[in-house]
Write a protein that binds this ligand. Sequence first.
Ligand code: SAM
Length: 213
Amino acid sequence: MDLDKAYSVKTPEDSRRLYAEWASTYNETFIKANDYVYPRTIAQKFDELISKSEIQTVVDIGCGTGAVGSYLANLRPNLKITGFDISPEMLAEASKLKRIDGSPVYNDLIEVDLTAELPKKSFDAMISAGTFTHGHLGPQTLTSLIQLVRVNGWFAIGINAQHFELRGFDAVLRETQDLGVISAARFFEEQVYGPSSPHYGDTTQIAIFSRLK
Ligand SMILES: C[S@@+](CC[C@H](N)C(=O)[O-])C[C@H]1O[C@@H](n2cnc3c(N)ncnc32)[C@H](O)[C@@H]1O
């Protein structure tokens, strides 16, 4: 499976089909083969910048096979992690992951199309890597997801840097900030892949912000 194929999806149905086919080999053919460092980087940013004491629960948006959750569970062993994803096959892979103490990395895994009706749930924080990218989720979905985090909760949202420019994430985040819903976002531009990857140089904008109302 190559990156072009992943970027060419257009609808949630395309994603469901693509990831059904890819789930069992995703960790080998994508994460390992491309030295995909993004899940570790975003988990570290979350841990570094978002207060430990206030955050007991987090939702991982487009959790896939669970790479983000694995790093986060190592950094914050007491954090309760829920994964949302459209692909039951990717969720099945995530469900196999265990913490150091033998308990599951994900306390809950929920199959949901995030462009449609959202589950009635509330979390202290949200994290996401690899899901706000070409053909996947856009800025309107990001604003609709804000309701899943309680007031004064936190977000660490990775957005493919080209997708960020092309889809106008900056303007949408600013509008949401102007409405008083979120704080000003801090952006960190980070590598998605390590130096050994053919895709080295592709970057993500990691947006860190909080919900104000
Ligand atoms: C590139 S993978 C990233 C997975 C994981 N976060 C990682 O970094 O390895 C993108 C994920 O987004 C999910 N996805 C795509 N469209 C979605 C939608 N409309 N609703 C929920 N999940 C979606 C896919 O099923 C897939 O698991």
